[in-house]
Design a protein around this ligand. Sequence first.
Ligand code: NCD
Ligand code: ZN
Length: 459
Amino acid sequence: MKLLRSLLEELEDLLLALQSTRNVTGNKRMPNRRKKKKQLVLKIQMFIEKVLSRLIADPSLVMHTAINLPFLNLLSSNAENTPEGPPWDIKSVLQTGKDKTKKTLSMTTSITIPSACDFHLHLRQDEMMRMVTPKVQEGGVSLAYIMPNLQPPIKTTAEALAYKAELEALAPNVTFYMTLYLSPELTPEEVRKAAKAGIAGVKSYPRGVTTNSESGIENYEVYYPVFKAMEEEGLVLNLHGEIPSDAEKDICVMNAEERFLPQLEKIHRAFPKLKIVLEHATTKAAVDMVKSLGDTVGCSITVHHLQLIVDDWAGQAHHFCKPVAKYPHDRDALRDIVKSGHPRFFLGTDSAPHPIAAKEGPKSNAGVFTTPLVLPYLAKIFEEIGCLDKLENFACHYGRQFYGLSHKQGFEDKKVTLVKESNTVVPAKFEISSTEDLGVVVPFYANKDIGWKITSNFY
Ligand code: NCD
Ligand code: ZN
């Protein structure tokens, strides 16, 4: 590891030296400089070959470097497929001095990253839970932060632990972190007990805004003693950031999130040390608000909100979720923040399966199902928006860093390799039960070619 680091430093020096010759080599009357440049190019070429051969011998080195250079990601992604060397021409890149990174990115055909962390996931109960939970790993996710909106909701430490045991039995390789449902029954004493038992957070649903939110909350101030205990115990407050629709006040699904934001700011000001996550952000206003607040405020972003706008769910039940996808400029803001690599914005899929009958019935249930293909969807989207090099931090590191959570022992270093391959078509449906006729769940982008698939998982 030390060796790789010092090699990188060496590379940086060489590139700087090359840069300084480039600044003056336009002048033909400086043959010495041209010679020096030629020598440097040769040195860098040899140097890159040296690094590459080490990476080919052990691609996991890239995983373990704290240095997250797009350059290195590219090397690692191509090294595995082409042991004879990189598919691009290092010599010409160096000699022309042109930044061909973009071109190279579009040539990326495989990536290897650590298995991902999903910081907002609905795994349901009974038969649906038994179908969905094993799919967490299939989607390339090894750490999952579980929502408590079951029927009835998970309100106590004992219930959360029993639920966790069920999930662990279904997906023994996955590290689960549990949450409690914020309700009047939640006391500061229960918060302390929950913290001791390793419960990671408390989820708040405003009353009536989404699936199973009938016992959600109406007024945050009555919960201040609970928030105080959470702040002291290090539990995270997960906010579903919408206020209920109210025609009199001109509030509907399109502005429900934006109108909620003053509430987020207020809670943060009252409890600056309390970690708060604004869940599944959908608006530019939300991105701007989270950015403007302190380091204790984070934000989860879903797969589908990076992809959809209002036109996509109006008339398409399988794209309907809460909060709903908004305007094109809102989606741009989500994409921009992800592209910028802001460490307080991370993956929380909000994958929320419903039987097809509930989605396509007279009143569609809110929720998009992405669990079985989380990383392939993300690879497609990040490639399309031109930031494949940002995928690893967004999906694997930033969330864990914000929460300060780790994988369970023995599962810290699992990797996933994704390969770009056309005709990678999303299944039309998943049967809820193999024995009873309980219907099917239709996944996000059913029947579409998403162009990326996982070839090695959890290795
Ligand atoms: C979620 C569900 O179905 O549980 N639905 C959704 O559209 N996101 C609930 C939620 O997180 O709002
Ligand atoms: Zn959710």
